[in-house]
Design a binder for this molecule. Structure first.
Ligand code: ADP
Length: 804
């Protein structure tokens, strides 16, 4: 708002100055207006060839054939007679017969004029000087006898304008005594059309006679050049039909010799006048141009043709009108306002386009007004008004340029100290005052170049940091859309840039990170209000990965959050360590403590009390069995941990399946026999050897077989069968034992898990056998499954690919 207020006085000033300029140019350089009118005439071109006026010319050809000027008056009398014969509608004889020659010749001419009855003769004002009185202006008229014979006298003055061009004619002129004559051309029209004085009326700005309405300029002062004043009342502007020789044109000699077709004369207005350059009656007219090629229009226009043009203008209703000065000024103001608004409100191609349209509208409108409506447009005031655009544009360009300098400097100084600055001048220096001229375009380009280089370097530096970070980074805006994700973040969530950019932040975390919706939304809300929030989530891949999510506000200025930044770090190792710690704690606190307690209790009794031989033997057996169990448990746990940690490499070698199974059965034959379990092996000889770690594989199969023995009632069968199943060897261990309830199927492969049934039974176990089997199978690229046996019991199957 303030900007607008401060700008309006300047706008008013520009308006005032430009209006003053318009007035100055229009009043003090009338030549420009005259030139613009010429331009309009040329642009419009000639009117359709006029047919109502015929010129009989006293031209070079006539002078050659009839003789030197002046001719005897009988020659013109003959010519008039021929015109009378041909039935000319009106005759304008543009020669002043003011001085007598011989009476016979004068008589002869007067008679011919009288015979015609339609002849108009010219008169001219001239100044007489005498020694004792002021100069007087009087009419120079034809001889009284000739003048009386004529139907009318008209003044034949054609006064040039400021640029020496005959553009207008005064419709009436008077001498010092107030004796007034109408213009020669006008009188010819009146005679030809029989319009008497009664049918003539003078109004403000208009002269009406018969059906003709001729606009007249009422202003006393029309043109002025410094020091010279043109006073020409009652003037009308001629609408020239074209350049010299636009009218039907015949030589006087041809008329006298009867060579002019009577169709060219009958009913027409005929003007007789001098056109030979040697007779000197010529004026400069608007269509005239001086071109090297001597094209049409290169000649001055004879006076008689100017009268013809006036007649044509009157009869063809072609009179030109110019706008009143206030109207012209108003139009110029409109143009100035349009130009100012365009420069003020538009930019770039729109501005150029609209200015071009404005110019086009001025030119096309002017042309149309002139050619179609015979109005002389105020082209010069309008173009001067349009010219205001130039300083306006310059002013705007300078202001924009200075503003650009300021912004560049501010931008450069905001980057300072971060990266090394470019060599050379100090770009960050602010312009010292509003009057200081803006810097050059080359300077600006250099500064932008320098800045771009620095910004690009800085951006790629930040980009490198973000992409080489071990942590994932996600940034969302205030609306909750994700704006940025670094490479690590996309890797963590297993997605591409197109999946993440633009996604809703909370939705993304809930879906991809499987976060609890309220927790996720609370954390984002908390971060926006300035509280750092931390969440943990798991991405379920082949190996589950654990991450921590640290959410904090993205701040633009202190206390203004513009988004949320999430830092995602991999905490899988820490989670694994925690798990190990828990496991170890479980092992020590529970699994190891029970046997240890019994060992300590029994050994205490043995040490402190006398115990009978047989009893002590029993106690020592128990102590031994418990310590063996303790040792085995520790070994299994360590085996498992070693395998899980990847510290133990597989010793791969071909392992024949039959041998492996036989060995296991053999090793477990004693406990089987103790529990009266019958062991069977079903291994077809076609089974190829497995590429595996023999020791580990034996451990796995022995565990399954051992469990089958342990968890089966006496007098049952346990079968180990091997078969080929789509590129893998399946080893089934079937028992007829107690089975595993469906809800515990998955759990029995977890560490330390034992069925309630077995944990409280005397069957020894630590819940580490099946996890070890599972780990061994997976290390070999295989798996272990559990199914119900057809007649109760369980079937554990170990699938091992033929090649690892
Ligand atoms: P344990 O040392 O207790 O045998 P395992 O990991 O080998 O540990 O077995 C886990 C639990 O699974 C056992 O305690 C038992 O409850 C159950 N189990 C394992 N094998 C069988 C089976 N063949 N029949 C019934 N239950 C079984």
């Amino acid at each position: 708002m303030r900007g607008n207020y401060s700008r309006s006085p300047r706008a008013i000033l520009i308006l005032l100055v430009s209006s003053a300029l318009v007035a100055l140019v229009t009043w003090f350089a009338p030549g420009l207006s005259a030139a613009s009118l010429n331009l309009l005439f040329r642009l419009r071109g000639p009117l359709p060839a006029p047919t109502d006026v015929t010129i009989v010319a006293i031209d070079d050809e006539s002078l050659r054939r009839i003789g030197q000027w002046p001719w005897p008056r009988s020659v013109i009398a003959d010519a008039l007679d021929r015109l009378t014969e041909a039935g000319a509608g009106g005759v304008g004889l543009d020669i002043i017969y003011a001085e007598p020659t011989n009476a016979e010749e004068d008589q002869r001419l007067a008679a011919s004029i009288a015979r015609s009855g339609r002849v108009v003769l010219p008169a001219q004002l001239y100044e007489t000087f005498s020694a004792n009185s002021a100069p007087a202006i009087n009419w120079l008229r034809p001889l009284p006898a000739i003048a009386r014979a004529a139907r009318a006298l008209g003044h034949a003055h054609v006064a040039p304008g400021v640029d020496g061009m005959a553009r207008s004619v005064q419709l009436s002129k008077a001498d010092d005594r107030g004796d007034r004559l109408w213009a020669f051309g006008m009188e010819v029209v009146r005679v030809a059309e029989g319009i008497g004085d009664a049918d003539l009326e003078e109004r403000a700005g208009l002269l009406r006679f018969g059906g003709h309405r001729v606009p007249v300029l009422d202003e006393e002062v029309r043109d002025s050049i410094p020091g010279v004043l043109f006073v020409r009342p009652n003037e009308t502007i001629i609408n020239y039909a074209g350049p010299t020789r636009s009218f039907a044109h015949y030589s006087m000699a041809d008329l006298l010799e009867g060579k002019i077709p009577s169709a060219a004369l009958a009913g027409r207005i005929v003007l007789i006048g001098a056109t030979a350059p040697s007779l000197g009656d010529t004026r400069v007219a608007p269509f005239m141009h001086f071109s090297a090629g001597g094209e049409q229009g290169g000649q001055e226009m004879p006076g008689v043709e100017i009268h013809a043009n006036l007649i044509h203008t009157i009869r063809g209703r072609l009179s030109l009108r110019s706008l009143p000065e206030e109207g012209a000024f108003l139009l110029a103001i409109v143009v100035i306002l349009c130009a100012m608004l365009t420069v003020r409100w538009l930019d770039g191609w729109r501005q150029v386009g609209l200015l071009a349209l404005l110019l086009l509208a001025i030119l096309a409108g002017s042309f149309l007004a002139f050619s179609r409506y015979h109005i002389i447009p105020p082209l010069v005031p309008m173009l001067t008004g349009f010219g205001v655009v130039v300083p306006l544009l310059l002013n705007r360009a300078l202001a924009a340029s200075r503003e650009l300098d300021r912004k560049l400097a501010a931008l450069v100084s905001s980057q300072q100290g971060f990266l090394t600055s470019a060599e050379g001048e100090d770009v960050s220096r602010q312009p010292s005052s509003a009057l200081e001229l803006p810097r050059s375009l080359a300077w600006k380009l250099r500064a932008v170049d320098d800045l771009t280089t620095r910004l690009v370097a800085r951006m790629s530096f930040i980009d490198r940091i973000l992409s080489s970070m071990g942590e994932g980074v996600l940034v969302s805006d205030l609306t909750g859309r994700i704006l940025f994700a670094n490479q690590e973040a996309m890797r963590i969530f297993g997605c591409r840039e197109s999946d993440v950019i633009g996604a809703w932040f909370d939705q993304f975390l809930i879906e991809r990170g499987r976060l609890e919706p309220t927790a996720a939304r609370d954390a984002i809300g908390g971060a926006l209000s300035g509280r750092v929030a931390q969440l943990e989530f798991e991405v379920a891949l082949a190996e589950p990965q654990y991450y921590s999510l640290l959410l904090s506000a993205l701040v633009a200025q202190p206390d203004t959050a513009i988004g949320v930044v999430a830092l995602i770090s991999d905490i899988s190792r820490r989670v694994e360590m925690d798990r190990l710690k828990t496991e170890t704690l479980q092992l020590v606190s529970h699994e190891l403590r029970t046997p240890l307690t019994s060992i300590r209790g029994l050994s205490d009794v043995l040490l402190k009390f006398p115990v009978a031989e047989e009893q002590s033997r029993e106690m020592i057996d128990t102590i031994h069995a418990e310590s063996v169990r303790l040792g085995e448990m520790l070994n299994r746990y360590l085996d498992l941990t070693r395998l899980e940690s990847g510290a133990q490499a597989l010793q791969l070698a071909p392992v024949p399946c039959g041998r492996l199974i036989d060995d296991c059965i053999h090793n477990l034959s004693v406990p089987a026999a103790e529990r009266r379990i019958r062991l069977h092996a079903e291994v077809p000889p076609t089974i190829p050897p497995l590429q595996a770690d023999g020791l580990l594989l034996r451990q796995a199969v022995s565990n399954l077989l051992g469990n089958a023995i342990k968890y089966s009632p006496p007098d049952t069968d346990v079968t180990i069968a091997a078969e080929l199943q789509s590129g893998a060897v399946a080893i089934h261990v079937r028992d007829q034992g107690f089975g595993v309830p469906p809800e515990a199927r998955d759990k029995i492969f977890q560490k330390f898990y034992r069925l309630e049934r077995d944990a409280s039974s005397p069957v020894v176990g630590a819940g580490l056998g099946l996890p070890l089997v599972k780990e061994i199978a997976e290390r070999h690229g295989g798996r272990v499954t559990l199914q119900n046996g057809p007649a109760g019991g369980s079937i554990f199957t170990l699938y091992l690919p033929l090649s690892v």
